[in-house]
Design a protein around this ligand. Structure first.
Ligand SMILES: [Fe+2]
Length: 240
């Protein structure tokens, strides 16, 4: 361990055979081991869900088989605790989808939501509001940094935050020197709440939460990382 125990990785592609994630259950088990060594105690397995490709029951059935395969491979390996979720791509009338709650992070009301990679019109922002207000589901916006090239989205993001939406950024946003200043600026402004590795494999896009925790510990005032971890725990407290 690197003294970073307690991190939650909100965004991973550790399930074998799902989306563009790992190539085998063996590689997935290796990824779990890497996350464990980096101090991650809880991770969300969040394979992509695309409405146009399959129904929610088809997706959850596939995901269940994949998780069983991984459990078989990982055997009695110690935690991190893996919670099943999805990286659900936004679609029109999403708030009216009867099965939407089945995509939530297991045992919680949180839904990892991949927003459109384009300027967000009012209709999109309103749809997210409906997910919160009419369904009682809390969207967690996946890899926020990927939408910010569109100026309009920063203002929209603040509206989403005012609805109670949770914002996730990838570790990479902080670790890349070219974007680090912006990442810390967004964190200080309350525009980033939780983190994820968005890891896909052991080499090209590997787990990097340990490096993130070390950087946050170095750059933030004393106690701030622990406060962020406590806030992550708070999102899970009382749920399930
Ligand atoms: Fe992802």
């Amino acid at each position: 361990m690197q003294g970073n125990e307690g991190m939650t990785d909100f965004h991973t592609h550790v399930l074998p055979g799902m989306d563009d994630g790992s190539r085998s259950a063996g590689e997935s088990a290796e990824m779990l081991g890497m996350l464990r060594a980096q101090g991650v105690t809880r991770l969300i397995a969040s394979p992509h869900y695309y409405r146009q490709r399959e129904t929610i029951p088809e997706f959850t059935e596939r995901r269940g088989h994949s998780a069983e395969k991984l459990a078989g491979e990982a055997g009695a390996a110690p935690p991190p605790c893996m919670v099943l979720g999805a990286e659900a791509a936004f679609f029109a009338d999403m708030s009216k989808e009867p099965g939407l709650r089945r995509l939530c992070i297991g045992g919680t009301d949180m839904l990892l939501l991949e927003m459109p990679f384009a300027p967000w019109p009012a209709a999109v922002v309103n749809e997210v509001y409906q997910i919160v207000s009419s369904r009682g589901i809390t969207p967690v916006i996946a890899h926020v940094e990927r939408y910010m090239e569109h100026k309009r989205n920063l203002e929209a993001l603040d509206r989403l935050i005012s609805f109670g939406v949770v914002i996730q950024s990838n570790a990479e946003f902080f670790l890349e020197r070219g974007t680090r200043r912006r990442a810390f600026g967004m964190l200080a402004a309350g525009r980033i709440h939780v983190f994820g590795s968005d890891c896909h494999d052991t080499h090209d896009r590997p787990p990097n939460m340990g490096a993130l925790a070390a950087l946050l510990k170095k750059k933030l005032p004393p106690g701030r990382l622990e406060a962020l971890q406590a806030a992550e725990d708070g999102l899970f407290a009382g749920q399930g």
